[in-house]
Design a protein around this ligand. Structure first.
Ligand SMILES: O=P(O)(O)OP(=O)(O)OP(=O)(O)OC[C@H]1O[C@@H](n2cnc3c(O)ncnc32)[C@H](O)[C@@H]1O
Ligand SMILES: [Mg+2]
Length: 173
């Protein structure tokens, strides 16, 4: 089985690799456009980015399954929240969706984003680590390392592949 993932970001690629570790699968990571702004600002825009990435990854790789994973933020009554979405697409044009855990961003971080800065930039300045988005990410920093960006995406990939497996079981009956 060949699986594609529409990003080169190791926090996302490693999440997919870990889920398929015990299966005979080859994972191909491909750099594809999200087709949305570099800092998505709603659940709708973030999920659209995930679907675009998955479809583009499938197209360039000819894989059996393709994942698109996208990070963004969304305004809520409790404040600006981190939001993450994943999409799984098949060559039969089926699409499954799943979202990740959400936390409210600290006010200072939220206000920088509302001024138009990207979360990646803000987090790089805050942590003095240019590559923080490829490592524990904002969610890791603000949860004292308990839930890293990879762990959060791993959960999304499990939710996606689990839905696909459930569908396969129904077809066999
Ligand atoms: O290479 P890609 O796959 O694009 O990986 P990315 O880190 O840019 O991730 P997204 O495009 O999905 O995220 C959209 C924006 O939010 C930033 N971002 C999202 N989650 C983050 C996190 O946990 N820590 C730091 N930056 C994050 C990211 O740098 C972008 O500016
Ligand atoms: Mg990006």
């Amino acid at each position: 089985m060949k699986i594609a993932v529409g990003t080169k970001n190791p926090a996302k690629v490693h999440a997919v690799q870990e889920v398929f570790l015990k299966m005979k699968a080859t994972i191909e990571s491909v750099d594809v456009p999200s087709g949305v702004s570099s800092q998505p600002f709603s659940d709708e825009e973030t999920v659209e980015g995930a679907v675009n990435r998955a479809k583009a990854a499938l197209e360039v790789s000819n894989a059996d399954l393709a994942f698109g994973l996208e990070g963004g933020v969304t305004e809520t009554p409790g404040g600006l929240m981190l939001c993450n979405w994943g999409a799984l697409v098949t060559p039969h044009e089926q699409v499954w969706l799943a979202s990740g855990a959400k936390i409210v961003l600290p006010f200072e971080v939220a206000s920088e984003l509302r001024k138009g800065k990207e979360l990646g930039e803000v987090m790089a300045l805050l942590t003095d680590d240019h590559d923080i988005r490829k490592k524990e990410g904002a969610i890791g920093v603000f949860t004292a390392g308990r839930v890293t960006r990879k762990a959060m995406f791993l959960h999304i990939v499990e939710l996606l592949y689990g839905q696909y497996e459930h569908q396969l079981k129904l077809w066999k009956h």
